[in-house]
Write a protein that binds this ligand. Structure first.
Ligand code: SF4
Ligand code: SF4
Length: 314
């Protein structure tokens, strides 16, 4: 274990990441997961000397691949490699080297070898009308693939609004009959909701699984409570302006420059559960409301229908 940890820190150093930076990330992740600071060394150990690397089958349905991008690219540049180090990715259409029949063989082999043991991660909504004919991979419809793979997994994580709730393709009039993976398969899924979802919430869920041997506690929609337990509004730094009725009524105005509340220009923060104000995006740089844009409610079911028009008051 010690040797493994030493090699891990040497690898990090070669990437220009100090042990201090890494521990800072682990402290941030531990706090996000709602664990006490005494867990920080244990969280670091999950990355530095993983005792298990669960097999993962990552499926793509109707989506933009933004959720994969969000996990693998836009965070601290070295975290993507850490995530790939602690998971054994057996099938992922965007990043695997195999293509065509070979790729499909990999999927079949992984399902057979790890039946009941692999984690399935799904991105994208599933078309159900016309026998699912609106979306296919390797000659099989999304519906067939989802119904074949998901029930064989130990657990399924749906990442993003599309796989969790249907997403934009499920918005009215929804001609393809798109639904969430849960609805398409009848199997309960853990939902990392958002458009895009925050990669920290995905990493926190995986680390929770590796550290404590179970998935985190969920809300009634299947979202981890550590990330989706509070509304944007309850954590928003503009909240005092809301209480004082100090409102932005026009973008580009003096009130907007003073950071007043965005409720009247469409902010859906009071009805949206997510941890964006605390975790933020792009290496913790900022998040939509901090940048002056209202929350559009992207982590809620059917937000394309229920939260629109985006620039009108709730
Ligand atoms: S900007 Fe949105 S989330 Fe923040 S206080 Fe105003 S309404 Fe609430
Ligand atoms: S601020 Fe609202 S719309 Fe923006 S990412 Fe967070 S939950 Fe989604």
């Amino acid at each position: 274990m010690e040797k493994e940890q030493k090699q891990f820190y040497e690898r990090l150093e070669q990437k220009g990441v100090s042990r201090r930076d890494f521990m800072k990330f682990c402290t941030f992740l531990t706090a996000t997961m709602g664990l006490s600071s005494s867990f920080v060394p244990k969280v670091a150990e999950v990355f530095a000397a993983p005792s298990q690397r669960p097999p993962v089958v990552w499926l793509h349905f109707a989506e933009c691949t933004g959720c994969s991008e969000s996990v693998l690219r836009s965070m601290y540049p070295w975290i993507d490699e850490l995530v790939l180090d602690i998971l054994s990715i057996e099938y992922h259409e965007t990043i695997m080297a195999a293509a065509g029949h070979q790729a499909e063989e990999n999927l079949q082999m992984a399902m057979k070898k790890y039946a009941g043991k692999f984690i399935c991660v799904c991105e994208g909504g599933v078309a159900t009308k016309y026998d699912g004919g609106w979306g296919k991979v390797g000659g099989q419809t999304f519906l067939e693939i989802a119904r074949d793979v998901v029930p064989k997994a130990a657990a399924t994580i749906t990442i993003g609004n599309c796989s969790s709730f249907g997403g934009i393709q499920a918005a009215a009039p929804n001609p393809g009959g798109y639904v969430s993976v849960e609805k398409a398969t009848g199997v309960k899924t853990l939902k990392i909701a958002g458009c895009p979802p925050n990669p920290v919430n995905f990493v926190g869920t995986v680390v929770n699984y590796l550290l404590l041997g179970k998935l985190p506690a969920l809300d009634e929609l299947g979202r981890p409570l550590f990330a989706y337990g509070k509304t944007i509004h309850d954590q928003c730094p503009r909240r005092a302006h809301f209480e004082n009725d100090e409102m932005v009524t026009e973008f580009g105005s003096e009130e907007a420059a003073m950071g007043y509340c965005l409720y009247q220009v469409g902010c859906k923060g009071p009805e949206t559960y997510n941890n964006c104000p605390v975790v933020k995006f792009n290496d913790g740089t900022s998040w939509p409301v901090e940048a002056g844009h209202p929350c559009i409610g992207c982590s809620e079911p059917n937000f394309w229908d229920t939260m629109t028009p985006f620039y009108e008051e709730l």
